[in-house]
Design a protein around this ligand. Sequence first.
Ligand SMILES: Nc1nc2c(ncn2[C@@H]2O[C@H](COP(=O)(O)OP(=O)(O)OP(=O)(O)O)[C@@H](O)[C@H]2O)c(=O)[nH]1
Ligand SMILES: [Zn+2]
Length: 382
Amino acid sequence: MMQEPEKYQKSADATVLQAVERALAELRRGATIVLHDWSGQGALVQAAEQVSTEGLAGLGALTGKDAMLLLTARRAQALGMAEADGLIASGGVLALALDDREAERIRALADPTAAKAGSGRERRVVTAPPGLDVAAVELTKLARLLPAALLAPLPGAPVQSPLAWADAHDLLAVTAANVAEYSFASARSLAPVADAMVPLAEAEQARIVAFRPDDGGTEHLAIIIGEPDPEAPLLLRLHSECFTGDLLSSLRCDCGEQLRGAIKAMADAGSGILLYLTQEGRGIGLVNKLRAYTLQDLGSDTLDANEQLGFDADERVYLPAAQMLHQLGFRKVRLMTNNPQKVAALSRFGIAVEERVEHSFPSNGHNAFYLATKAERFGHLF
Ligand SMILES: Nc1nc2c(ncn2[C@@H]2O[C@H](COP(=O)(O)OP(=O)(O)OP(=O)(O)O)[C@@H](O)[C@H]2O)c(=O)[nH]1
Ligand SMILES: [Zn+2]
Protein backbone atom coordinates (compact mmCIF):
# COMPACT_ATOMS: atom_id res chain seq x y z
CA MET A 1 0.00 0.00 0.00
CA MET A 2 1.28 3.53 -0.85
CA GLN A 3 1.93 5.74 2.16
CA GLU A 4 0.94 9.37 2.18
CA PRO A 5 4.18 11.36 1.31
CA GLU A 6 4.46 13.54 4.42
CA LYS A 7 4.02 10.62 6.82
CA TYR A 8 6.42 8.54 4.77
CA GLN A 9 9.10 11.24 5.03
CA LYS A 10 8.65 11.47 8.78
CA SER A 11 8.96 7.76 9.33
CA ALA A 12 11.98 7.54 6.99
CA ASP A 13 13.66 10.38 8.91
CA ALA A 14 12.83 8.73 12.23
CA THR A 15 14.61 5.54 11.09
CA VAL A 16 17.69 7.51 10.07
CA LEU A 17 17.80 9.50 13.32
CA GLN A 18 17.34 6.47 15.55
CA ALA A 19 19.98 4.39 13.76
CA VAL A 20 22.60 7.14 13.76
CA GLU A 21 21.92 8.44 17.28
CA ARG A 22 22.37 4.94 18.71
CA ALA A 23 25.59 4.51 16.76
CA LEU A 24 26.91 7.81 18.15
CA ALA A 25 26.23 6.71 21.72
CA GLU A 26 28.08 3.43 21.08
CA LEU A 27 31.09 5.22 19.58
CA ARG A 28 31.24 7.73 22.41
CA ARG A 29 31.46 4.93 24.97
CA GLY A 30 34.26 3.23 23.02
CA ALA A 31 32.13 0.37 21.66
CA THR A 32 32.26 -1.21 18.21
CA ILE A 33 29.55 -0.80 15.57
CA VAL A 34 28.94 -2.33 12.14
CA LEU A 35 28.84 0.16 9.28
CA HIS A 36 27.55 -1.15 5.95
CA ASP A 37 25.96 -0.27 2.64
CA TRP A 38 23.44 -1.99 0.42
CA SER A 39 26.09 -3.46 -1.88
CA GLY A 40 27.07 -5.80 0.95
CA GLN A 41 30.20 -3.95 2.04
CA GLY A 42 30.53 -3.99 5.81
CA ALA A 43 33.10 -3.03 8.42
CA LEU A 44 33.60 -2.80 12.15
CA VAL A 45 34.17 0.76 13.33
CA GLN A 46 35.42 2.33 16.56
CA ALA A 47 36.19 5.98 17.35
CA ALA A 48 39.95 6.57 17.26
CA GLU A 49 39.63 8.89 20.26
CA GLN A 50 38.72 5.84 22.37
CA VAL A 51 41.46 3.56 21.00
CA SER A 52 42.74 0.95 23.46
CA THR A 53 44.88 -2.18 23.28
CA GLU A 54 41.85 -4.31 24.18
CA GLY A 55 39.66 -2.59 21.58
CA LEU A 56 42.22 -3.20 18.84
CA ALA A 57 42.60 -6.82 19.87
CA GLY A 58 38.81 -7.14 19.82
CA LEU A 59 38.64 -5.90 16.22
CA GLY A 60 41.38 -8.32 15.19
CA ALA A 61 39.68 -11.25 16.92
CA LEU A 62 36.30 -10.51 15.34
CA THR A 63 37.49 -9.98 11.78
CA GLY A 64 40.77 -11.86 11.63
CA LYS A 65 42.31 -8.72 10.13
CA ASP A 66 44.23 -5.74 11.48
CA ALA A 67 42.29 -2.52 11.71
CA MET A 68 43.17 0.58 9.71
CA LEU A 69 43.11 4.16 10.95
CA LEU A 70 40.98 6.61 8.97
CA LEU A 71 42.08 10.23 9.10
CA THR A 72 40.65 13.24 7.31
CA ALA A 73 42.87 14.53 4.52
CA ARG A 74 43.37 17.65 6.64
CA ARG A 75 44.79 15.66 9.56
CA ALA A 76 46.94 13.54 7.23
CA GLN A 77 48.33 16.72 5.70
CA ALA A 78 49.13 18.07 9.15
CA LEU A 79 51.08 14.82 9.72
CA GLY A 80 53.15 15.61 6.65
CA MET A 81 51.61 12.99 4.33
CA ALA A 82 51.85 14.13 0.71
CA GLU A 83 49.18 11.55 -0.27
CA ALA A 84 46.60 13.82 1.38
CA ASP A 85 47.11 16.81 -0.91
CA GLY A 86 44.77 15.72 -3.70
CA LEU A 87 42.05 14.70 -1.23
CA ILE A 88 41.61 17.98 0.67
CA ALA A 89 39.20 19.66 -1.74
CA SER A 90 36.81 16.68 -1.83
CA GLY A 91 36.82 16.21 1.95
CA GLY A 92 38.47 12.83 1.43
CA VAL A 93 39.75 10.36 3.96
CA LEU A 94 43.08 8.51 4.12
CA ALA A 95 43.54 5.00 5.59
CA LEU A 96 46.73 3.95 7.35
CA ALA A 97 47.84 0.40 8.21
CA LEU A 98 48.11 -0.34 11.93
CA ASP A 99 50.42 -3.34 12.05
CA ASP A 100 51.84 -2.38 15.46
CA ARG A 101 48.50 -2.21 17.34
CA GLU A 102 50.03 0.27 19.79
CA ALA A 103 47.15 2.32 21.16
CA GLU A 104 49.19 5.27 22.36
CA ARG A 105 50.99 5.75 19.03
CA ILE A 106 47.73 5.39 17.12
CA ARG A 107 46.04 7.98 19.29
CA ALA A 108 48.89 10.42 18.66
CA LEU A 109 48.21 10.14 14.92
CA ALA A 110 44.64 11.31 15.50
CA ASP A 111 45.30 13.82 18.26
CA PRO A 112 47.81 16.68 17.84
CA THR A 113 47.50 17.46 21.56
CA ALA A 114 48.55 13.94 22.61
CA ALA A 115 51.66 13.65 24.78
CA LYS A 116 53.56 11.60 22.17
CA ALA A 117 53.92 13.36 18.82
CA GLY A 118 52.56 11.34 15.89
CA SER A 119 54.11 11.02 12.44
CA GLY A 120 52.27 9.58 9.48
CA ARG A 121 55.25 9.32 7.21
CA GLU A 122 56.42 5.86 8.25
CA ARG A 123 52.88 4.46 7.87
CA ARG A 124 51.63 2.39 4.93
CA VAL A 125 48.60 3.88 3.15
CA VAL A 126 45.99 1.18 2.51
CA THR A 127 42.66 1.03 0.66
CA ALA A 128 39.55 1.44 2.78
CA PRO A 129 36.06 0.33 1.67
CA PRO A 130 34.87 3.28 -0.47
CA GLY A 131 31.97 5.22 1.01
CA LEU A 132 32.29 3.49 4.38
CA ASP A 133 35.54 5.39 5.02
CA VAL A 134 33.92 8.83 4.73
CA ALA A 135 30.84 7.69 6.68
CA ALA A 136 32.98 6.31 9.54
CA VAL A 137 34.79 9.61 9.99
CA GLU A 138 31.54 11.56 9.67
CA LEU A 139 30.14 9.50 12.57
CA THR A 140 33.05 10.53 14.80
CA LYS A 141 32.43 14.18 13.89
CA LEU A 142 28.73 13.86 14.68
CA ALA A 143 29.73 12.29 18.02
CA ARG A 144 31.84 15.43 18.67
CA LEU A 145 34.97 13.29 19.04
CA LEU A 146 38.26 13.64 17.18
CA PRO A 147 37.51 13.19 13.46
CA ALA A 148 39.24 9.82 13.10
CA ALA A 149 38.05 6.20 13.13
CA LEU A 150 39.37 2.66 13.35
CA LEU A 151 37.92 0.37 10.71
CA ALA A 152 38.27 -3.35 10.01
CA PRO A 153 36.45 -4.87 6.98
CA LEU A 154 34.09 -7.73 7.85
CA PRO A 155 35.24 -11.20 6.94
CA GLY A 156 33.40 -12.57 3.91
CA ALA A 157 31.72 -9.30 2.87
CA PRO A 158 30.13 -8.70 0.41
CA VAL A 159 29.10 -12.39 0.24
CA GLN A 160 27.81 -12.47 3.80
CA SER A 161 25.09 -10.04 4.93
CA PRO A 162 26.65 -7.39 7.22
CA LEU A 163 23.31 -6.93 8.95
CA ALA A 164 23.02 -10.63 9.78
CA TRP A 165 26.64 -10.58 10.94
CA ALA A 166 25.94 -7.63 13.26
CA ASP A 167 22.89 -9.42 14.68
CA ALA A 168 24.82 -12.61 15.25
CA HIS A 169 27.53 -10.70 17.15
CA ASP A 170 25.10 -8.50 19.06
CA LEU A 171 26.49 -5.28 17.53
CA LEU A 172 24.63 -2.20 16.42
CA ALA A 173 24.48 -1.66 12.64
CA VAL A 174 24.08 1.57 10.69
CA THR A 175 24.22 2.27 6.95
CA ALA A 176 26.45 4.82 5.22
CA ALA A 177 23.30 6.26 3.60
CA ASN A 178 21.79 6.90 7.05
CA VAL A 179 24.94 8.76 8.10
CA ALA A 180 24.82 10.94 4.96
CA GLU A 181 21.14 11.78 5.55
CA TYR A 182 21.44 12.46 9.28
CA SER A 183 22.04 16.23 9.39
CA PHE A 184 19.19 16.97 7.00
CA ALA A 185 16.82 14.61 8.78
CA SER A 186 17.73 16.16 12.14
CA ALA A 187 17.12 19.72 10.90
CA ARG A 188 13.85 18.73 9.21
CA SER A 189 12.61 17.19 12.45
CA LEU A 190 12.96 20.38 14.54
CA ALA A 191 9.74 21.31 16.30
CA PRO A 192 8.88 23.82 19.04
CA VAL A 193 8.49 22.12 22.43
CA ALA A 194 8.38 24.99 24.95
CA ASP A 195 7.69 28.71 24.85
CA ALA A 196 8.06 31.05 27.84
CA MET A 197 8.55 34.72 28.71
CA VAL A 198 12.05 35.35 30.15
CA PRO A 199 12.75 39.02 30.93
CA LEU A 200 16.43 39.73 30.22
CA ALA A 201 18.70 42.42 31.66
CA GLU A 202 19.11 43.97 28.19
CA ALA A 203 15.53 43.34 27.02
CA GLU A 204 12.66 42.92 29.45
CA GLN A 205 10.20 41.84 26.79
CA ALA A 206 11.81 38.58 25.77
CA ARG A 207 10.46 35.13 25.01
CA ILE A 208 12.35 31.88 24.49
CA VAL A 209 11.05 29.18 22.16
CA ALA A 210 12.92 25.86 22.33
CA PHE A 211 13.13 23.73 19.18
CA ARG A 212 13.94 20.04 19.64
CA PRO A 213 15.24 17.65 16.98
CA ASP A 214 13.80 14.11 16.91
CA ASP A 215 17.27 12.62 17.38
CA GLY A 216 17.35 13.33 21.11
CA GLY A 217 20.02 15.97 20.49
CA THR A 218 20.29 19.32 22.23
CA GLU A 219 17.62 21.94 21.56
CA HIS A 220 18.25 25.13 19.56
CA LEU A 221 16.65 28.28 21.01
CA ALA A 222 14.86 31.24 19.46
CA ILE A 223 15.16 34.29 21.71
CA ILE A 224 12.41 36.63 20.57
CA ILE A 225 12.71 40.26 21.61
CA GLY A 226 9.51 42.34 21.48
CA GLU A 227 6.95 41.38 18.86
CA PRO A 228 8.62 41.26 15.45
CA ASP A 229 6.32 41.82 12.46
CA PRO A 230 6.51 38.83 10.04
CA GLU A 231 5.73 41.19 7.12
CA ALA A 232 8.75 43.45 7.81
CA PRO A 233 12.43 42.42 7.47
CA LEU A 234 13.39 40.78 10.78
CA LEU A 235 16.43 42.02 12.73
CA LEU A 236 18.17 38.65 13.16
CA ARG A 237 21.31 37.37 14.83
CA LEU A 238 22.55 33.79 14.32
CA HIS A 239 24.61 33.03 17.39
CA SER A 240 26.70 29.87 17.59
CA GLU A 241 26.99 28.45 21.09
CA CYS A 242 30.18 29.38 22.94
CA PHE A 243 30.17 28.04 26.49
CA THR A 244 33.39 29.85 27.36
CA GLY A 245 32.41 33.22 25.88
CA ASP A 246 28.65 33.21 26.55
CA LEU A 247 28.64 31.85 30.09
CA LEU A 248 32.11 32.50 31.46
CA SER A 249 32.80 35.77 29.60
CA SER A 250 36.06 34.32 28.25
CA LEU A 251 38.27 36.99 26.71
CA ARG A 252 39.68 34.62 24.06
CA CYS A 253 36.80 35.42 21.69
CA ASP A 254 34.09 38.06 21.15
CA CYS A 255 31.04 35.80 21.61
CA GLY A 256 29.82 37.05 24.99
CA GLU A 257 29.82 40.66 23.84
CA GLN A 258 28.18 39.72 20.55
CA LEU A 259 25.46 37.78 22.38
CA ARG A 260 24.54 40.49 24.85
CA GLY A 261 25.18 43.26 22.31
CA ALA A 262 22.73 41.73 19.83
CA ILE A 263 19.98 41.45 22.43
CA LYS A 264 20.53 45.06 23.47
CA ALA A 265 20.47 46.23 19.82
CA MET A 266 17.17 44.38 19.27
CA ALA A 267 15.67 45.94 22.40
CA ASP A 268 16.79 49.38 21.18
CA ALA A 269 15.31 48.72 17.72
CA GLY A 270 12.03 47.51 19.26
CA SER A 271 12.20 43.88 18.17
CA GLY A 272 14.32 41.08 16.74
CA ILE A 273 15.21 37.41 17.06
CA LEU A 274 18.43 35.79 18.19
CA LEU A 275 18.73 32.14 17.20
CA TYR A 276 20.99 30.39 19.70
CA LEU A 277 22.42 27.48 17.73
CA THR A 278 23.98 24.55 19.55
CA GLN A 279 27.05 24.26 17.34
CA GLU A 280 29.78 25.02 19.83
CA GLY A 281 33.29 25.74 18.54
CA ARG A 282 32.19 26.40 14.95
CA GLY A 283 30.58 22.96 14.98
CA ILE A 284 33.43 20.85 16.43
CA GLY A 285 32.13 20.72 20.00
CA LEU A 286 33.45 22.14 23.27
CA VAL A 287 36.08 19.46 23.93
CA ASN A 288 37.62 19.83 20.48
CA LYS A 289 37.49 23.63 20.83
CA LEU A 290 39.51 23.34 24.04
CA ARG A 291 42.02 21.19 22.12
CA ALA A 292 42.10 23.90 19.45
CA TYR A 293 42.89 26.43 22.19
CA THR A 294 45.82 24.25 23.33
CA LEU A 295 47.18 24.32 19.78
CA GLN A 296 46.68 28.09 19.62
CA ASP A 297 48.68 28.47 22.82
CA LEU A 298 51.46 26.60 20.99
CA GLY A 299 51.42 29.17 18.16
CA SER A 300 48.68 28.25 15.66
CA ASP A 301 45.86 30.60 14.73
CA THR A 302 42.21 29.59 15.11
CA LEU A 303 41.93 28.33 11.52
CA ASP A 304 45.13 26.26 11.50
CA ALA A 305 44.23 24.75 14.87
CA ASN A 306 40.97 23.38 13.44
CA GLU A 307 42.81 21.90 10.49
CA GLN A 308 45.53 20.32 12.62
CA LEU A 309 42.80 18.51 14.51
CA GLY A 310 41.48 17.28 11.15
CA PHE A 311 38.45 19.54 10.86
CA ASP A 312 37.57 22.11 8.23
CA ALA A 313 38.01 25.72 9.30
CA ASP A 314 34.26 25.98 9.94
CA GLU A 315 32.00 22.94 10.31
CA ARG A 316 28.73 24.75 10.98
CA VAL A 317 25.46 24.17 9.14
CA TYR A 318 22.65 26.71 8.96
CA LEU A 319 19.75 24.53 7.82
CA PRO A 320 18.42 24.31 11.41
CA ALA A 321 18.40 28.13 11.59
CA ALA A 322 16.47 28.44 8.32
CA GLN A 323 14.06 25.73 9.47
CA MET A 324 13.32 27.60 12.72
CA LEU A 325 12.78 30.88 10.85
CA HIS A 326 10.35 29.22 8.44
CA GLN A 327 8.41 27.75 11.37
CA LEU A 328 8.32 31.11 13.16
CA GLY A 329 6.97 32.68 9.94
CA PHE A 330 9.90 34.91 8.89
CA ARG A 331 11.29 34.90 5.34
CA LYS A 332 13.18 38.20 5.04
CA VAL A 333 15.83 39.41 7.44
CA ARG A 334 18.38 42.07 8.30
CA LEU A 335 21.22 39.87 9.48
CA MET A 336 23.59 41.06 12.21
CA THR A 337 26.91 39.50 11.22
CA ASN A 338 30.36 40.08 9.81
CA ASN A 339 30.46 36.58 8.35
CA PRO A 340 29.60 36.40 4.62
CA GLN A 341 29.11 32.61 4.91
CA LYS A 342 26.06 33.13 7.13
CA VAL A 343 24.51 35.45 4.54
CA ALA A 344 25.14 32.92 1.76
CA ALA A 345 23.84 29.98 3.78
CA LEU A 346 20.54 31.62 4.76
CA SER A 347 19.94 32.75 1.18
CA ARG A 348 20.53 29.18 -0.03
CA PHE A 349 17.80 27.93 2.33
CA GLY A 350 15.16 30.37 1.09
CA ILE A 351 15.58 33.27 3.56
CA ALA A 352 16.04 36.66 1.88
CA VAL A 353 18.88 38.61 3.53
CA GLU A 354 17.84 42.18 2.68
CA GLU A 355 20.67 43.78 4.63
CA ARG A 356 23.82 42.82 6.50
CA VAL A 357 24.10 44.77 9.74
CA GLU A 358 27.67 45.03 11.03
CA HIS A 359 28.08 43.44 14.46
CA SER A 360 31.57 43.97 15.83
CA PHE A 361 33.14 45.05 19.11
CA PRO A 362 36.57 46.49 19.85
CA SER A 363 39.24 44.03 20.92
CA ASN A 364 39.60 43.36 24.66
CA GLY A 365 43.37 42.87 24.24
CA HIS A 366 43.29 39.07 24.59
CA ASN A 367 41.26 38.48 21.42
CA ALA A 368 43.07 40.88 19.04
CA PHE A 369 44.85 38.10 17.12
CA TYR A 370 41.64 36.03 16.95
CA LEU A 371 39.69 38.97 15.48
CA ALA A 372 42.49 39.74 13.02
CA THR A 373 42.51 36.08 11.89
CA LYS A 374 38.75 36.21 11.29
CA ALA A 375 39.19 39.27 9.07
CA GLU A 376 42.28 38.04 7.23
CA ARG A 377 41.60 34.33 6.80
CA PHE A 378 37.81 33.84 7.13
CA GLY A 379 36.89 36.92 5.09
CA HIS A 380 34.93 38.53 7.94
CA LEU A 381 33.88 42.05 7.08
CA PHE A 382 34.77 44.42 9.88
N1 LIG B 1 36.95 25.85 16.72
C1 LIG B 1 36.99 27.04 17.30
N2 LIG B 1 35.84 27.67 17.56
C2 LIG B 1 35.90 28.88 18.13
C3 LIG B 1 37.10 29.50 18.49
N3 LIG B 1 36.82 30.68 19.06
C4 LIG B 1 35.47 30.80 19.03
N4 LIG B 1 34.91 29.73 18.47
C5 LIG B 1 33.53 29.44 18.18
O1 LIG B 1 33.14 30.22 17.07
C6 LIG B 1 31.76 30.43 17.11
C7 LIG B 1 31.49 31.91 16.90
O2 LIG B 1 31.88 32.23 15.63
P1 LIG B 1 32.66 33.55 15.20
O3 LIG B 1 33.59 33.15 14.10
O4 LIG B 1 33.21 34.24 16.38
O5 LIG B 1 31.64 34.49 14.62
P2 LIG B 1 30.66 34.15 13.51
O6 LIG B 1 29.51 33.71 14.31
O7 LIG B 1 31.20 33.21 12.48
O8 LIG B 1 30.51 35.52 12.72
P3 LIG B 1 29.75 36.79 13.22
O9 LIG B 1 28.32 36.59 12.87
O10 LIG B 1 30.34 37.89 12.44
O11 LIG B 1 30.01 36.92 14.69
C8 LIG B 1 31.26 29.89 18.42
O12 LIG B 1 30.67 28.62 18.20
C9 LIG B 1 32.55 29.74 19.24
O13 LIG B 1 32.48 28.69 20.17
C10 LIG B 1 38.30 28.80 18.21
O14 LIG B 1 39.42 29.26 18.45
N5 LIG B 1 38.19 27.58 17.62
ZN1 LIG C 1 33.44 32.39 21.77
